[in-house]
Design a protein around this ligand. Structure first.
Ligand code: SF4
Length: 219
């Protein structure tokens, strides 16, 4: 089968719509390759101005990793180094995240890593709820394309944004949740662990549960 890009697909759907076709059923196997779809969406949205966070943005930080990952890790938003490079989790917190994954026998390249908001909040403040709502459709689209079996939310902002609960982080941990039908775990953001090393032992408990679940996933 000939593979087509997202733009061509959109044009074809518009043509069908103008021709009076209202419903089209597409099998997942007929859609463009996930890596191509993600790359096209990243390109399409990199100049987004839907919320005020675009005003101080240097680089849009869409996400990176395996486009067919079984697990997606979701943090809160880009920091200074991520804003400068366009890559998620590459500063000290990112290095710790890589070590956390390796501790449960998962390589960083095996998973997909992104954030709830794709542009850096000034002075690393928490994103406002209106900013999260503006950006969430991008994350939902990424999840639809990658189709992971597990999510790991890093920190309270990510948990609150996706699970729509207003609770201390510890009450999200120790149980699984569901987002868009995907089993979801919550643990500490690596930045919080750098500030509070004593919490690493709690994160390790969470990570072992994630590891046990990850090892049972369909390949
Ligand atoms: S944070 Fe998201 S919604 Fe806001 S400008 Fe950036 S990409 Fe657009």
């Amino acid at each position: 089968m000939t593979s087509i890009g997202l733009n061509q697909l959109k044009q074809y759907l518009e043509y069908l719509n103008l021709s009076g076709v209202e419903d089209v059923y597409i099998s997942k196997r007929q859609l463009p390759d996930p890596a191509i779809r993600l790359a096209e969406l990243e390109e399409a949205f990199r100049n987004c101005t839907k919320c005020e966070l675009h005003q101080e943005r240097d680089k849009f930080v869409y996400g990176e990793g395996n486009p067919q990952a079984r697990m997606v890790l979701i943090g809160e938003g880009p920091g200074a180094e991520e804003n400068a490079t366009g890559k998620p989790f590459i500063g000290k917190a990112g290095q710790l995240l890589t070590k956390m994954l390796q501790a449960i026998n998962i390589e960083r390249d095996d998973v997909y890593i992104t954030n709830v908001v794709k542009c850096r909040p000034p002075n690393n403040r928490n994103p406002l709820s209106s900013e999260v709502q503006s950006c969430l459709p991008y994350l939902d689209e990424q999840l639809e394309i990658i189709s992971p079996q597990l999510l790991l939310l890093l920190g309270r902002v990510a948990a609150e944004s996706l699970l729509e609960l207003d609770q201390p982080l510890k009450s999200y941990r120790g149980q699984t949740h569901e987002y868009k039908g995907i089993t979801t775990y919550v643990t500490y953001h690596p930045s919080a662990l750098l500030r509070n090393p004593a919490w690493k032992k709690f994160a390790w408990v969470d990570l072992q549960k994630v590891r046990d679940h990850y090892q049972q996933l369909d390949v």
